[in-house]
Design a protein around this ligand. Sequence first.
Ligand SMILES: Cc1cc2nc3c(=O)[nH]c(=O)nc-3n(C[C@H](O)[C@H](O)[C@H](O)COP(=O)(O)O)c2cc1C
Length: 214
Amino acid sequence: MKKQPFSRRDFLKVAGVTLGASALTCSGLGYAATRTPEFETPELSYAKDNVMNNRILVTYATRAGSTVEVAAAIGESLNKRGFAVDVKPVNEKPKLANYQAVLMGSAVRMGSWLPEAVDFVKTNQQALNKMPVALFTVHLLNTGDDEASRNTRTAYLDIVRPLLNQAEEVYFAGKMDFARLSFLDKFIAGMVKAVEADQRDWDKIRNWAPAIFA
Ligand SMILES: Cc1cc2nc3c(=O)[nH]c(=O)nc-3n(C[C@H](O)[C@H](O)[C@H](O)COP(=O)(O)O)c2cc1C
């Protein structure tokens, strides 16, 4: 069996740490503890010109940056297949009006999509349900092909799935880079003995061909 860099049980063990973090937040030290080292969350455009047909939005939520590079690789590869693609962070609240389809992705923290990604789905639910949508998730646990892994990773989207009529889902193994973590996340990673690893499978990411483009 493929060894996980750290286990779900480990994360449960640090639930107490998270509670401690809440106390820390109340004490005013929380901002410093949860502040992530700065990195770019760029807006990228893979379009030869300003074509408005077949224009795709790839939007993403990240904490430590690995999902940015995944989103960019998806954008680049769709562009090679003939689509005009914009890649934008959900935090920029991209408008959906100019797009024919949306690919939306989020990193996973403590068993769920990031809150800003969930908020984006809630805010744009009506529009999203009128257009083709596919979802990509970037995570490190439960990457196996066994049923338990599959069930646990699909649960990462339990909060957004009921909001969408139908959206294809794909799961990509991500990256653990301590230099990109906040003090608190680094502390949690240390507690669960997480190891630094880049498990992103670029062929799988670039070859992802959502059925909505068939
Ligand atoms: C504090 C913390 C909690 C995490 N929780 C989970 C989790 O519950 N499940 C999982 O599969 N991966 C988990 N991960 C791994 C991240 O999802 C993975 O590192 C991902 O690539 C991060 O994406 P980002 O670099 O775009 O933020 C966690 C990582 C950290 C640092």
